[in-house]
Design a protein around this ligand. Structure first.
Ligand SMILES: *[C@@H]1O[C@H](CO)[C@@H](O)[C@H](O)[C@H]1NC(C)=O
Ligand SMILES: *[C@@H]1O[C@H](CO)[C@@H](O)[C@H](O)[C@H]1NC(C)=O
Ligand SMILES: *[C@@H]1O[C@H](CO)[C@@H](O)[C@H](O)[C@H]1NC(C)=O
Ligand SMILES: *[C@@H]1O[C@H](CO)[C@@H](O)[C@H](O)[C@H]1NC(C)=O
Ligand SMILES: *[C@@H]1O[C@H](CO)[C@@H](O)[C@H](O)[C@H]1NC(C)=O
Length: 516
């Protein structure tokens, strides 16, 4: 085992004691009734931050100042046992469908811009169901669920309006996606299906916040509103207005300093949006959810300390995410919740709040967790399939007989949580503990032998994944391998097509566009 750091263990212990304390002192104000909109249904504002790490929010002790997020979380319910997927497309696809990605073929990697792929058209989406319940539905920001055919774009997947970008990352000011795609470079910013050509130079966090406020201002209050706001922030590239970078002169590491600035702009944007909801009389009947899409990217200024690993991995640093809910409709406010909740759970939870129905969707892998959030009832969720990805390349070779027995081939990149247990197989990603840059701690590498491909942790007791218990509890290992095998039987084959040269923006007026 890596040397255990008393600092970080203590940090977790402290936060657990604090949590127990909060649970004791916070009494429910249940029973109170609230003014409802003409329709009686709550407005739903879902803010999704991109690559936002566990240790990047003020209330987790970050050096980054997030006063608006801290206040909203403190007034509402902090979700401290909240899980997302390790990368962008999978988290977004599960948020939109309430289903695990193994069930629609997106279990491997992300959708790269030139790939002819997308969230399958026979999946029912969250905005579709909310629209069926009478909502006006808007997306402002990043889609990243496919666009090679027009049918895959947001306005064909349940959103009345779309202002934002279709690919996964781009320049914050020029709104272009350069470089990595074999030199392909194109504009990626749209208002409905029209390219937006006049915003070169506007920082995307301001642009999207202002667009969201415009939608709030113009909203027809006889209808409930669903506003989905997947910010570009705080995904790389590292770019922020100088004014905000100057707020963090004391952070020596340049990447961390710019990342902190990007976070501050996002925090301010969230403040502006909640102000607008109040100003236009929507707030009293609004449920605001804030969530990250995956763990922080430590190679781009993000941080998940004291969790192990980071974005892209099945270690907790990739999947144990920042999340909270604020709403006047919450019955027991000002709480920290340790209910097990997964990003897929928003589908039935929000459809439920909207008085809608999940009838006629494909089988859901998710639970309505509203009572757990609002009233502190136990979470109906006991298990999370973090993923099974048969295409993920292991970085080492073992003789075939060493990949476990016939239950589940442990060469596969997979992880499952069941109760407090978590099992990981294959290569989960880099499993170092990365402290925040410019701090006194040093990176701790694990001393797992190369080729190790099976771990068992008790996450409640060991949230930092420091003590592998797989040798000590072989029956638990066997049971979890059987669960993985059962899930694997329900999976559809991964869909990960080759890049299509016809996607090149040069063929489409310099704009990333549907090409088939
Ligand atoms: C965007 O603005 C930058 C900086 O002013 C300029 O260099 C660039 O050429 C502009 N790009 C487009 C596509 O207009
Ligand atoms: C928030 O609103 C203030 C006041 O209108 C504005 O100056 C600022 O740029 C806004 N911030 C963001 C991130 O949109
Ligand atoms: C959903 O299905 C159940 C069982 O078939 C039915 O009782 C219920 O009315 C349906 N709800 C809606 C809103 O369609
Ligand atoms: C498990 O997968 C590895 C890597 O694909 C393969 O070499 C091995 O034969 C498989 N083992 C079994 C028992 O299927
Ligand atoms: C994990 O990542 C850290 C930081 O980038 C690096 O120093 C280390 O060598 C990596 N470890 C492995 C096993 O790849």
């Amino acid at each position: 085992m890596a040397p255990s750091s008393s600092w970080c263990s203590m940090g977790f212990l402290r936060s657990r004691l604090f949590l127990a304390f909060l649970l004791l002192v916070c009494v429910s104000n249940g029973g109170k009734t609230f003014a409802q909109s003409a329709s009686g249904k709550p407005n739903i504002v879902f803010i999704l931050a991109d690559d936002y790490g566990w240790n990047d929010i003020g209330y987790h002790g970050s050096v980054i100042r997030t006063p608006n997020l801290d206040r909203l979380a403190a007034e509402g319910v902090k979700l401290e046992n909240y899980y997302i997927q390790p990368i962008c497309t999978p988290s977004r696809s599960q948020l939109m469908t309430g289903r695990y990605q193994i069930h629609f073929g997106l279990q491997h990697s992300i959708i790269w811009p030139p790939q002819p792929s997308g969230l399958p058209l026979d999946e029912v989406t969250l905005p579709q169901r909310l629209k069926d319940s009478g909502y006006s539905t808007h997306i402002v920001g990043k889609w990243h669920l496919g666009f090679y055919k027009e049918e895959y774009t947001p306005t064909h997947r349940g959103f009345d309006t779309f202002y934002g970008f279709l690919t996964g990352s781009e320049h914050y000011y020029s709104h272009r996606t350069p470089g990595s795609m074999k030199g392909w470079d194109g504009l990626d910013l749209r208002d409905q299906d029209r390219p937006v050509l006049d915003q070169n130079g506007t920082y995307s966090t301001n642009l999207f916040a202002n667009k969201a406020i415009e939608i709030i201002a113009q909203h027809d209050k006889s209808k409930p509103m669903f506003l989905y706001l997947p910010f570009q922030a705080v995904h790389g590239p590292l770019q922020a207005p100088q004014k905000y970078i100057s707020m963090y002169r004391h952070i020596k590491d340049r990447d961390r300093r710019v990342y902190a600035a990007m976070t501050s702009v996002m925090d301010e944007a969230v403040g502006n949006i909640t102000d607008a909801l109040k100003q236009y009389g929507l707030w009293d009947n609004t449920v605001l959810v804030f969530s990250t899409d995956n763990g922080g990217q430590v190679l781009m200024g993000g941080n998940n300390w004291p969790l192990r690993g980071w974005k892209g991995s099945l270690w907790e640093g990739g999947i144990h995410g920042v999340g909270f809910v604020n709403s006047p409709l919450i019955k027991a406010k000002g709480r920290t919740s340790d209910a097990l909740i997964h990003i897929s759970d928003w589908f039935p939870t929000l459809v439920g709040l909207a008085g809608g129905s999940t009838n006629g969707t494909k089988p859901l892998d998710s639970h309505d967790v509203w009572e757990a959030i609002s009233e502190g009832k136990p979470s109906p969720r006991k298990e999370i399939l973090h993923n099974i990805d048969p295409l993920f390349r292991t970085i080492y070779y073992l003789p075939p007989h060493q990949w476990g027995d016939n239950t589940f081939n442990t060469s596969m990149h997979a992880a499952i949580r069941s109760g407090d247990w978590k099992l990981l197989t294959g290569y989960p990603g880099n499993g170092s503990w990365m402290p925040p840059p410019s701090s006194d701690q040093i990176c701790e590498e694990s001393d797992d032998p190369p080729g190790k491909h099976l771990w068992l942790f008790n996450i409640r007791e060991d949230p930092e994944e420091r003590t592998d218990l797989s040798k000590k509890y072989p029956l638990v290992v066997q049971e979890l391998l059987e669960k993985l095998a059962a899930y694997k039987k329900t999976a559809v084959p991964p869909f990960y097509p080759d890049r299509d040269p016809r996607a090149n923006p040069a063929l489409h007026g310099d704009v990333w566009s549907p090409w088939q």
